[in-house]
Design a protein around this ligand. Structure first.
Ligand code: ADP
Ligand code: MG
Length: 342
């Protein structure tokens, strides 16, 4: 019998690690390949950034509660977010869709209306793509191309001991929005006559269905004269992304539970579901906020911004990654995040 390794055991990141081992590099213009939020390519006086993300029906979205326009919008945003995570700006996208004859022209046009809206708001050109078919589901893959001045690029790996770890916005909202939508879906399946209970959850639903990418933060930091030393976008949950930054930078970190920004609506919803709000912020995905490090000397420049919060700092690798709980106990930081294969 041949060797057979179960993907479940490897996990998504284990699989990527394995695949990257067989990848060779032939061009000096390839500055950074696999392993950051976007690939980095030297195109002369600037770096070009390239990233791609796929959304698969019934894995990443459910059409029972996802409007097609929102889906298109989100498919674009999740890609923009990876370009901003390199401290760059998005210029173009290409869009590939695979559909079955379950979908009409009007349905696909709705998806494109959402993509076009995102392109308008973020000033991005849609320059091509591919159209293909599936036996049943819908798959959207978008590739975003961006650029960044060579001295502005920020990698996951650039952090140093004692630098401050900062997150933008608030976390866990998209995850709680998803819990609400899933709950209402189940209620509807049981009894289609029931009206959905969606009062007081507008914000978290929007965070799930129509997320934004933090272009504003990249520009704001630029104006403040702050260059993040390392950066990643929060797509799989804060804990998972922190571990990526630590691994890339050969560092450890300490973060403080009480400093993690959680919106009131997220907090209330978490309580309603008997979940710990901090756990939702640490392990819930799809926030598309930015997590970055800054030099301590830059603290004064960002400390008054309501959009950024210092949650901890980098420490020596040997100290590992830990979170200080509200009762002051220190716990090892663990990523639950997404495992596509479990
Ligand atoms: P993100 O969450 O920022 O989109 P991913 O976790 O999807 O990043 O990917 C991490 C890194 O692995 C990226 O550099 C990405 O380009 C690369 N990668 C992911 N899947 C593959 C693959 N199938 N083949 C080659 N590289 C991949
Ligand atoms: Mg990313």
């Amino acid at each position: 019998m041949e060797n057979r390794t179960e993907l479940e055991k490897l996990g998504e990141f284990g699989l990527i690690d394995k695949l990257s081992q067989s990848v060779k590099k032939y061009h000096d213009s390839t500055i950074k390949g696999i392993g950051d939020d976007a690939a980095v390519i030297d195109v002369g006086d600037k770096f070009m950034l390239v990233t791609t993300d796929t959304l698969v029906e019934n894995i990443h979205f459910n059409l029972m509660y996802t409007p097609l326009m929102h889906l298109g919008y989100k498919a674009a945003i999740v890609n923009f977010s990876d370009i901003y995570a390199m401290n760059g700006d998005v210029r173009q996208i290409v869009v590939s869709i695979a559909v079955s004859n379950r979908f009409s022209l009007e349905a696909i046009e709705e998806i494109y209306a959402g993509i076009n809206k995102a392109c308008e708001l973020y000033q991005v050109d849609l320059v091509g793509g591919d159209t293909s078919s599936t036996l049943s589901g819908l798959v959207i893959t978008i590739t975003a191309i961006g650029e960044v001045a060579k001295n502005e690029i920020t990698y996951r790996s650039g952090g140093k001991e004692n630098e401050l770890l900062v997150v933008t916005g608030n976390l866990g909202a998209a995850f709680m929005g998803l819990q609400i939508l899933e709950r209402e879906k189940e209620v509807y399946k049981e009894n289609p006559a029931m009206q959905p209970e969606l009062e007081g959850v507008d914000y978290i639903l929007e965070r799930q269905l129509k997320p934004e990418a933090r272009k504003d933060i990249v520009h704001f930091l630029h104006t403040l004269g702050v260059k993040p030393t390392s950066m990643i976008d929060i797509s799989d949950g804060l804990a998972s992304e922190l571990l990526h930054l630590c691994k890339a930078g050969d560092l450890g970190c300490v973060i403080y539970d009480e400093k993690i920004p959680v919106d009131q609506e997220t907090f209330n919803a978490a309580r309603e579901f008997n979940l710990d709000p901090s756990t939702c912020a640490l392990n819930g995905g799809e926030d598309y906020e930015l997590l970055f490090s800054i030099k301590q000397t830059d603290y004064d420049k960002i400390k008054d911004s309501p959009h950024m919060k210092v949650i901890g700092h980098y420490v020596d690798k040997a100290a590992g990654a830990s979170i200080i709980a509200r009762d002051n106990t220190s716990l090892p930081l663990q990523a639950q995040g997404w495992n596509h294969f479990s």
